[in-house]
Design a protein around this ligand. Sequence first.
Ligand code: ARG
Length: 569
Amino acid sequence: MIDFKQKIAEQISNIANLPENKVYEYIEIPSDKKMGDFAFPCFRLAKELKKSPQLIAEDLKNKMSFDENIIDEINNLNGYLNFEVSKQAMIKTVLEEINLKQEHYGESEIGIGKNVVFDYSAPNIAKPFHIGHLRSTVIGGALYKIYKALGYKCIGINHLGDYGTQFGKLIEGYKRWGNEYNIDENPIDELTKIYVRINNLCKEDEKVLEDCRNNFKKLEDGDEYCTNLWKKFREVSLKEFQKVYDLLHVDFDSWNGEAFYSDKMQEVVDILQEQNLLVKSEGATVVDLSEKEMPPCIIEKTNGSTTYATRDLAAILYRARTYNFDKAIYVTSYEQILHFKQVFEVAKHLKLAEKYTDGLVHVPFGMVQLKTGKMSTREGNIIKLEDLLNEAISRVEDIMDTKNPELENKDEIARKIGIGAVIFNDLYNSRIKDEIFDWDTMLNFNGETGPYMQYIYVRTKSVLEKAGYIPEFKNIDFTKLEDEASMKVINKIYIFGDCIRQAAEKYEPYIIARYLIELAQNFSSFYNENKIIVEEKEIQDARLYLTYATGLILKSGAKLLGIEMPEKM
Ligand code: ARG
């Protein structure tokens, strides 16, 4: 595929004698089409070339010449050089690439040979899989797929919260009242009740809290009673989490949770000790981070128990060795920003190659607000994710009952639309923004939503079905697509690969979500302005092919977000 920006950069860099990649970065894509398809701000070179932007623009313009007729016009406007790409070159390169790559259009090989670890989802055993974990699952899952499309080898890890002092509490609660609760039937609910109850007792009675702490210590030391209970809690919880993963169609390459590192933390302690980095603070063992203006990172608690941070440090060692990662990406809410800053700082002292510590990235996201307020396990005000996803599906079923009562396979389609709506809503804004969870907004078939995108996709399918064929590429007359509406779709398809790369670079799946809405909207205008099924075969073929191409991109873009497309709705 022709990289027009590259071609322009090449010329400017030759004429002005500047590095091509620098010039490439300066080239902009104007939001106003009147400014051309690409613009080069000449003031960027004014200092270096000791000339006015106006003169630089004039000079460049005179000296530039493009072969293959790829640029139609170059205009010098207020110190900007505006380039108009030849429509024919644009149409040709886009459709040729579609024909060649099909559903792999937009993918690249920039990541080949590089390993990326994704740490996401990570719900906590015996606690509800809540909407914050949904965000982690959805954002992390999307990033995983996005990186994969760029050729990276991706390793998805579910770093389950299956260890820690809360297990001491649960064990204590279960020991006291276990027979009052039916944890096999309804594990998370029942375990949560036990957790809430023991927590309240701990608040009243310091002695109970002490017992809880000791239980965890016993668990760490391999005590049989505690270990068996822990196993049971883990097993029943995972079974319930699996229901959510099944609905979302997510899977992981590794399920090594925090407990997996229970025998791997001593090494961390030893390495830090060896470098005299461990100090005692109020009975606990910590790494002082005051120089970095952070509170100390606690490595061992007063009673010798390890911490969440220690387990993360052990995980970094393990993952560096096991996966030889170039990047390790952690997706959690912004509440953990400080935690990861501390852990990444301490990790610099684990004697790992710099490559690894440089590759650690925390990707934080905002909270989800329900209209009814924030959720918390401790107060027991819980929205279960499984219920929430099922509600999305049943709401869609209701909508479909009125919109299209005759629809076959309604269950499957409602699942794709309902789950797709929730995922899309989660990914449509910059991840750090708090998200408002509102059914009417996310299920609006005419909004900037998952269902809208799916609806437009289904429309491309039904047009092709009505025509009864997908035209052969070699028969397409590109000149039939020069109208404004068609060009908008083509220009949009042209930048798909760029969007994937940007989304990866910024860890922002919303870049793809927004892109897909724009493409859907562009297609919708194209569809409203141009009749597709027409008398003249050449026009019909060209428009059908563009319809086909749009459907292809919508589907593979949605797939990158973890959204499946229904073929009918
Ligand atoms: N289980 C944690 C939580 O629910 C998230 C774990 C994130 N990953 C990690 N390596 N710390 O908050």
